[in-house]
Design a protein around this ligand. Structure first.
Ligand code: NAI
Ligand code: MG
Length: 350
């Protein structure tokens, strides 16, 4: 078995955490007898500096022809500044990548790791048992709708088709089947037409999954429930913007955004993209203070979803748990371990 991975380090802490993840991936693959081949390509701000384009043709080709993409993060104040005078935005590369690869389903698991109760802003008895998979729609909605820019008036359209909703909701139902068989669909059906379409599509698919319990929660109430009783949820499915916001919230509830991994998937058999959910964290870039766990756990998701190697994935997850279990904490978790300290501990546990 062999695996061809395109690595897009990106900007800020992106290269720091992807380097850590690549080292862990290499060791896990070797132990599992998987032949790993990696290529590094320019993406985001780094690609703008070199080529003027956040998602150059060479990078696009590499992403479309590999088995999986491991991505760091993109963006930074330098390019934000340049964008004010019409320069390209690194984040545009992200949307172009998701769209080019047809990555409509973004899987964002958040679980309380053993012994991490103290890292949660919630009381231990509230956060205990939290293990939620957010399935976020990734190529539709307000991020991709028509925009009019302006300093006096502006608009962002939020279009969804029935087919776009159904394909991501099916991914969520399937995921629920492999977990606690409880699906929560989050929308704003009391106000938004797209949310009423969303709810209708979920209700119409539910009979295909009689073993899964479905409920609907409005997004504002959901934001509250995630801080008051996060442990009552299993799989949560929602549209692009709501999923973006709720998954950052939930990542903090179980400890830190630095721990959160994600998988972005398209049609079966097509390459997926694996990345931590955090951004380029310019405030801590270059200080070896970034928590690499989210990137490392994304490499585990890569092995599970694109490498057909669930055991190797589980070994990486156990190694991250072991490193955390030893009390090794990066700054985001209130400790002083460096990116390298944490990575070495994971490699040792592996
Ligand atoms: P961010 O996620 O980069 O940082 C938010 C806060 O969390 C910061 O205080 C940061 O230091 C901390 N943090 C994030 N990841 C961490 C890690 N691994 N270890 C320790 N602490 C960590 O979000 P922010 O500051 O809103 O955005 C910074 C840049 O990243 C912007 O240019 C934004 O557009 C971009 N961004 C890119 C994303 C991507 O590439 N997928 C996603 C989100 C933001
Ligand atoms: Mg986000």
């Amino acid at each position: 078995m062999s695996l061809h991975v395109t690595i897009l380090p990106g900007d800020g802490i992106g290269p720091e955490v992807t380097e850590a993840a690549e080292r862990v991936l290499a060791v896990a693959c070797e132990a599992a007898g998987i032949g790993l081949r990696t290529d590094h390509e320019l993406f985001g701000g780094a690609a703008i500096d070199a080529t003027g384009d956040p998602f150059p043709e060479k990078t696009r080709h590499a992403c479309l022809t590999c088995d999986a993409v491991l991505l760091g993060a993109v963006g930074g104040p330098r390019w934000d500044e340049a964008a004010k005078t019409g320069g390209p935005r690194p984040e545009k590369g992200l949307l172009a990548l998701r769209s080019a690869m047809g990555l409509f389903a973004n899987l964002r698991p958040s679980r309380l790791f053993p012994g991490m109760e103290d890292a949660s802003p919630l009381r231990p008895e509230r956060v205990e048992g939290t293990d939620v998979l957010i399935v976020r729609e990734l190529t539709g909605g307000v991020y991709f709708g028509e925009k009019t820019e302006g300093t006096e008036a502006a608009s962002d359209l939020m279009p969804y088709s029935r087919a776009e909703v159904e394909r991501v909701v099916r991914v969520a139902f399937e995921a629920a089947r492999g977990r606690k068989k409880h699906l929560t669909s989050v929308d704003k059906a009391n106000v938004l037409a797209t949310s009423r379409l969303w709810r209708h599509a979920v209700e119409a698919l539910a009979p295909d999954y009689p073993d899964v319990t479905v409920d609907h929660v409005l997004v504002d109430a959901m934001a509250m429930h995630l801080t008051t009783r996060p442990a009552r949820f299993d799989v949560v499915v929602t549209e692009n913007l709501f999923g973006d916001v709720l998954s950052d919230e939930l990542s903090a509830v179980v400890g830190s955004i630095g721990l959160a991994a994600s998988a972005s998937l398209g049609e079966p058999g097509k390459p997926g993209v694996y990345e931590p959910i955090h951004g380029s964290a310019p405030d801590i870039a270059g200080q070896s203070a970034a928590n690499p766990a989210g990137a490392i756990l994304s490499a585990a998701m890569l092995l599970r979803h694109s490498g057909d190697a669930p055991e190797a994935a589980a070994r990486i997850e156990a190694a991250v748990e072991a490193a955390l279990g030893q009390g090794l904490r990066t700054r985001d978790l209130g400790g002083s371990a460096s990116t390298e300290d944490f990575t070495k501990a994971v490699l040792a546990a592996l």
